[in-house]
Structures are given as structure tokens and as C-alpha cells.
Design a protein around this ligand. Structure first.
Ligand SMILES: Cc1cc2nc3c(=O)[nH]c(=O)nc-3n(C[C@H](O)[C@H](O)[C@H](O)COP(=O)(O)O)c2cc1C
Length: 203
């Protein structure tokens, strides 16, 4: 009888599992893939920060996160559009290192749709009166008084719209690694436009 091949035994199987894990990361807020690290290149080297994975668009291979348009990362992406994403799933022991070019969206239909679907509490992230990273003389959120310590209405959070930005990162390569007691496995997937080349690697 022919043995059924496990999902990690073929490159197609691995890639299929990667898409599933990323999509689960979007929809499950307690999944470790919900909070990747986004890396950008700045004048002092690379800068890293945790973000929330908001969308995975397939077959276009786009990862989406949201940010305040006044944040430092935005200036870095404007200067150098290549970004990296790091995901690690401690239970499944899977690491993904993803890289590709990012586009920034503020006033287009893409950003508008994301803003329209956002929860009121998430919209608060864009309502600070001063830009993220501004020095202040005491600890505070920077929210205006009328939004402070209460659940705002949808209308009240509209002041955050002009600060809201969606970052869309196109996946151009994925370095996949799984830790296994009897030997780790690693593979790389690269797209040249839509042409995929994939290979196993020594971990
Ligand atoms: C769990 C968690 C999730 C976060 N999600 C986001 C996010 O989706 N977008 C964002 O801009 N910052 C998010 N942050 C804050 C960033 O890590 C970072 O502090 C902030 O964006 C400023 O980074 P920058 O100065 O490099 O722009 C999150 C932080 C944590 C701890």
C-alpha cells in the first residue's frame, strides 16, 4: 500500500501549510502568527516592531498591517520599500522569515475599506493628537479628552481617519524552518513576479 505523504514532505505541502498558518493568524487573535515582527531599514540599521497581521491576500501574496501614518516606520518604508516579516509559532515550532516590497495606503479604496471594517476600539490607535514617538513630560496615551477612558462612538473616532494607514507587503520570498527532535527542516520559496522557485535548504 502507498504511504500517504505528510504535509512537510513536499515543497507544495509546506507552502500550502504556510498559507493556512498565515490565514489562521489573521482570524485567531490568540494565534502566535497574529503578531508578527515587521522589520524596516532605517538610518541606524534595521528597526523591528510587533504588529498585528490584519489580512493575507491570496493569490496576490500580500500581508497587511495597520499603522499611524505619522509613525517612524512609515518614513523608513518611504525611503526603502523592502520590508521583512518574522513569524514564530512556539507550539508548532515553525518560523517564517518573509521579505518583499511594501506599499502604503491612506486615501485610496484599499485603506477606506480597512477603516470601514475596523472596530471602534482599534480606531482609537489613530486618534492621538500628537504623532507616535513624540516626547512628553508624563505618561499618557495622547488621546484627546473627549475620548479618554470611555468607549467612543464610531463618529467620535472619525478624527483618526486622517492618521490611519494600511501597509501592504507583497511576499517575494519565504524562508521556512521547522524544529524537529530528529532533525530540523528548512525550505525557501521565491517569486520572480509570479514565477515561483522553491528549494529545500540545509537548516
Ligand atoms: C502586541 C502588539 C501589537 C502591535 N500592533 C501594532 C500594529 O498593528 N501597528 C503598529 O503600527 N504598531 C503596533 N504595535 C506597536 C509597535 O510595536 C511600535 O511600538 C509602534 O508601531 C511604533 O513603531 P515605529 O516607531 O517603528 O513606527 C504593536 C505592539 C504590540 C506590543
Amino acid at each position: 500500500m502507498k504511504r500517504k505523504r505528510g504535509k512537510w514532505e513536499t515543497l507544495d505541502g509546506v507552502l500550502n501549510e504556510i498559507w493556512k498558518m498565515l490565514q489562521r493568524g489573521v482570524t485567531h487573535s490568540i494565534d502566535p502568527f497574529h503578531r508578527p515582527v515587521l522589520g524596516t531599514a532605517g538610518k541606524d540599521g534595521c528597526s523591528l516592531r510587533t504588529v498585528i497581521l490584519r489580512q493575507v491576500l491570496l493569490p496576490d501574496r500580500i500581508l497587511v498591517c495597520h499603522t499611524d501614518a505619522r509613525a517612524a516606520k512609515v518614513q523608513e518604508i518611504l525611503a526603502f520599500t523592502k520590508v521583512s516579516w518574522l513569524f514564530y509559532h512556539p507550539k508548532r515550532k515553525v518560523q517564517l522569515r518573509i521579505s518583499g516590497h511594501a506599499t502604503l495606503h491612506t486615501e485610496d479604496e484599499f485603506a477606506e475599506r480597512q477603516w470601514a471594517e475596523m472596530r471602534v476600539t482599534s480606531r482609537l490607535n489613530y486618534c492621538a493628537t500628537r504623532p507616535p514617538g513624540t516626547c512628553i513630560d508624563r505618561p499618557m496615551s495622547g488621546l484627546p479628552d473627549f475620548l479618554f477612558k470611555k468607549l467612543p462612538t464610531l463618529m467620535e473616532t472619525q478624527i483618526g481617519r486622517s492618521n490611519f494607514m494600511a501597509i501592504a507587503g507583497r511576499i517575494e520570498s519565504i524562508d521556512w524552518l521547522i524544529l524537529k527532535p530528529l532533525g530540523n527542516l528548512r525550505a525557501r520559496f521565491c517569486w520572480d513576479n509570479n514565477e515561483l522557485s522553491s528549494t529545500w535548504l540545509i537548516p
